[in-house]
Design a protein around this ligand. Structure first.
Ligand code: NAD
Ligand code: TYD
Length: 359
């Protein structure tokens, strides 16, 4: 029997993870993907070049705060499921300007929930049963872990430290409230730090690769001792499909790669990969470019995910190790300057490329 194609509305599909999700779902063949994105500084339709003409892909430029526009798109596109990724996502920007984070991550999520609830209520019984609102969130809602102990489980208390993580925590609470209060069938996932192709070059890994290739300083906050748990973005996209299709309504799932590294280890590994692939003309290692700069205020020491529930209930496992994923990522940036060079040159200020603040 031919399986029915599901229409999935992906919000934030022009961003880093959202574009990986769109490419993954379209390639799988079982979905029609409707990408809804405001195209902020972080949104880039060039990341969707591989699928832009595909019959199972459509794009709408819209703001999740605009509930009227969202209602219309949900109805005209006959949406079966929603995967919500649209957000302001950069911690340093949230420190400089928190209101945009409250507006998109909190108010925008509530406006999307309200539109989704009306849409869900208007569906027939079978489509209501099948409907999911999948909220994509972060491990940063759980806050700061000591260097030497503890991991985040789904039961860990919420203790966000930054305006970004506080806004994501608030959005998680609203999603649960729409389930408990109105019965909207929701599922949540909280993932660790992602890396991979099409990652906006203000985040640590793409910033370090791009700066190293341009012979610029590699900014490491503080002593570089903070630990993050890294996951290759395509492994996250596979996990998100599993959560959306197999996750229990009302539940949340932690997703992570069991790949904890200090920031300095991450930067040193990138330098070693570049030394082997693109040696510097002066014969020195890229390590010489490392610059220790002023620390981020409220910088969480360590994040670490226990992904046991996702592994057990969803049958999901990452396919990449940190070493293989980082090698793919470095190769991708070496081969795809067409994507990241225009961003660095036209749309992005020097302060965020580590050009200021070196100690
Ligand atoms: P991103 O910043 O690369 O992309 C965000 C996208 O959302 C952009 O395309 C932007 O144009 C769009 N957007 C922003 N405001 C919007 C609005 N008001 N209406 C519609 N679209 C809007 O972010 P990302 O790194 O791809 O993260 C995606 C989601 O995953 C976020 O919700 C984030 O909290 C979560 N997450 C990210 C990571 C990570 O390591 N990057 C880890 C765990 C969870
Ligand atoms: P980032 O990529 O901004 O992700 P997040 O803050 O969501 O974890 O930062 C990852 C880690 O790298 C974090 O501990 C901060 C650190 N960092 C630097 O040391 N230098 C940089 O220039 C940036 C952007 C981040």
């Amino acid at each position: 029997m031919k399986q029915e194609v599901q229409t999935v509305l992906v919000t934030g599909g022009a961003g880093f993870i959202g574009s990986a999700v769109c490419r993954h779902l379209v390639a799988g063949g079982g979905y029609r993907v409707v990408n809804l994105d405001k195209l902020t500084y972080a949104g880039n339709l060039a990341s969707l070049r591989d699928i832009e003409g595909h019959p199972n892909y459509a794009f709408h430029r819209a703001d999740i705060c605009d509930a009227g526009a969202i209602r219309q798109i949900l109805a005209t596109e006959k949406v079966d499921r929603i995967m919500h990724l649209a957000a302001e996502s950069h911690v340093d920007r949230s420190i400089d300007g928190p209101m945009e984070f409250v507006s998109t991550n909190v108010v925008g999520t509530v406006s999307l929930l309200s539109a989704a609830l009306d849409h869900w209520r208007g569906l027939d019984a079978a489509r209501q049963q099948n409907f999911r609102f999948h909220h994509v969130s972060t491990d940063e809602v759980f806050g700061d872990l000591p260097f030497d102990s503890g991991v985040f489980s789904e039961e860990s208390p919420y203790r966000p430290s930054s305006p970004y993580s506080a806004s994501k925590a608030a959005s998680d609470h609203f999603v649960r409230a729409w389930h408990e209060t109105y019965g909207l069938p929701v599922v949540l996932s909280n993932c660790s730090n992602n890396y991979g192709p099409y990652h906006f070059p203000e985040k640590l890994i793409p910033l370090v690769i791009a700066n190293a290739l341009d012979e610029r300083p590699l900014p490491v906050y503080g002593k570089g001792a903070n630990v993050r748990d890294w996951l290759y973005v395509e492994d996250h996209a596979r996990a998100l499909e599993a959560v959306m299709t197999k996750g229990q309504v009302g539940e949340s799932y932690n997703i992570g790669g069991r790949a904890e590294r200090t920031n300095l280890e991450v930067v040193e590994t990138i330098c070693a990969l570049l030394d082997a692939r693109r040696p510097r003309s002066n014969g020195k290692s890229h390590l010489d470019l490392i610059a220790f700069v002023a620390d981020r205020p409220g910088h969480d020491r360590r994040y670490a995910i226990d992904p046991t529930k996702s592994e057990r209930e969803l049958g999901w496992r990452p396919q990449e190790t940190f070493e293989s994923g980082l090698a793919h990522t470095v190769d991708w940036y070496l081969e795809n300057g067409w994507w990241w060079r225009p961003i660095r040159e036209q749309r992005f200020d020097g302060a965020r490329q580590g050009l200021v603040g070196a100690q």
